[in-house]
Design a protein around this ligand. Structure first.
Ligand SMILES: Nc1ncnc2c1ncn2[C@@H]1O[C@H](COP(=O)(O)OP(=O)(O)O)[C@@H](O)[C@H]1O
Ligand SMILES: [Mg+2]
Length: 390
């Protein structure tokens, strides 16, 4: 490959210049636009390599492609560079110093992309550099984080859709359940549909980013502006996060967080870590808002057989506690702006929820338990919040 110098671009603006021998970011050479460096990369760009690698396909999804020396098989980092660092997360991309490319011609929000790479990844096929260069072309798959198998697709109306597969379909149904509840209580949420992809159950989530709007996770903000103190209690973590968001100019932060915590409580959500919520940043107007609710799959005792479910056991969830872990009963102490979910709301979504559970072929036993759990936890949630307001 000719030379190891690359530009980090935001649309057509060179943000900084860095070295990446063998597709590994090794050093920042020059920063041209410190004000528009990625949030989380640090004001001096020194954490850019970490920022980038967090967004790469994690080892859990690509490990099978590794450790094959001499086969030309790609690893996650090389895949990023072959895709010019393009993604559907933000407007950053990577240009080799000798390349003459324009954002309007290559960005994946507006230009078609190959779905073959995503299919190969989901099907655990080997990919070589030539596959990308000669057969498939660029795709958003190089920078698509998270452990659940997933791929991007373009539907017939041109919408970008994130397809997340899971064997049982329970994770997919949970995404839809969270969105139904969010709809009822007026919380911005991702539009998910249930379907099949490659004979596997999947959620089809409509892309919430765009050519001018990027997703910035809560963790990116911590990386940029500092982490909460490890001695904090749950309310301190909540207040710290709420203040950070409000300081960015986001409106309605507490109401958003409280609604999210209510949904997470009734769904026994176990995975609301600091990358599973965050902000949308409009880079044209430089304005910030809460990102729609996403990634609610790991809830409602997903993939736990009915005989192991104990509805009276405490649920350890995330994020507002030391090491990001917290008893959900304690976490509800933060909720001050309202009791958002009632039993009437649960009743109103049950017909659709039951249809979804039937569609994935869930056993009657487990269905009954999950519905009982929603009622029970709605009651408990009200008790927890009721205690707060005294
Ligand atoms: N609908 C969407 N539109 C745009 N970006 C998304 C969408 N859903 C998720 N993302 C981004 O992709 C990342 C991974 O998706 P997520 O649903 O969290 O997968 P996982 O369950 O594997 O963590 C998220 O952290 C977010 O940055
Ligand atoms: Mg996630």
């Amino acid at each position: 490959m000719p030379g190891d110098t690359f530009y980090l671009m935001r649309r057509d603006i060179p943000v900084m210049c860095f070295d990446a021998p063998n597709y590994r970011v090794s050093g920042i050479k020059e920063i041209f636009e410190p004000d528009i460096l990625p949030v989380g990369a640090g004001r001096d760009g020194l954490h850019f390599a970490d920022w980038l690698s967090f967004r790469m396909i994690p080892a859990s999804r690509i490990a099978f492609l590794r450790n094959l020396p001499g086969t030309g098989v790609l690893d996650s980092s090389e895949l990023v560079f072959l895709n010019h660092g393009l993604s559907l997360l933000n407007q950053y991309w990577i240009k080799h110093e000798d390349e003459d490319l324009l954002w309007s011609n290559i960005n994946l929000f507006e230009n078609d992309f190959s779905e073959e790479v995503g299919l190969a990844l989901v099907n655990r096929l080997k990919l070589t550099a030539d596959d990308i260069k000669l057969r498939y072309g660029v795709s958003p798959e190089g920078l698509s984080p998270g452990d659940q198998p997933k791929r991007w697709s373009i539907d017939k109306d041109g919408n970008r859709i994130l397809i997340k597969t899971d064997r049982s379909g329970e994770l997919a149904v949970n995404e839809l359940l969270a969105s139904m509840l969010a709809q009822k209580i007026g919380l911005p949420h991702t539009d998910y549909k249930l379907g099949k992809d490659n004979d596997q159950m999947a959620s089809f989530g409509k892309c919430f980013t765009s050519s001018n709007t990027e997703i910035v996770h809560a963790l990116d903000l911590f990386n940029e502006y500092g982490f909460p103190d490890t001695s904090y209690k749950t309310e301190d973590y909540y207040n710290y996060t709420a203040k950070l968001f409000s300081d960015m100019g986001v409106q309605g932060v507490q109401e958003y967080l409280d609604k999210m915590l209510c949904i997470d409580y009734v769904m026994c959500q176990e995975d609301r870590h600091y990358n599973n919520f965050g902000l949308l940043h409009n880079i044209d107007t430089d304005t910030w808002s809460m990102a729609p609710l996403y990634d609610s799959g790991d809830a409602c005792y997903a993939n736990v057989p009915a005989k192991f479910i104990d509805l009276n056991a405490d649920v350890i969830g995330k994020p507002f506690g030391p090491s990001g872990l917290v008893n959900l009963n304690d976490q509800m102490r933060n909720v001050k702006t309202g009791i958002y979910i009632s039993d009437d709301i649960i009743e109103s979504i049950l017909p659709e929820y039951k249809n979804l559970l039937n569609e994935i072929g869930m056993s009657e036993d487990k269905q009954k338990l999950l519905i009982e759990s929603l009622h029970l936890r709605t009651l408990r949630m009200m008790e927890c919040i009721g205690i707060n307001s005294k």
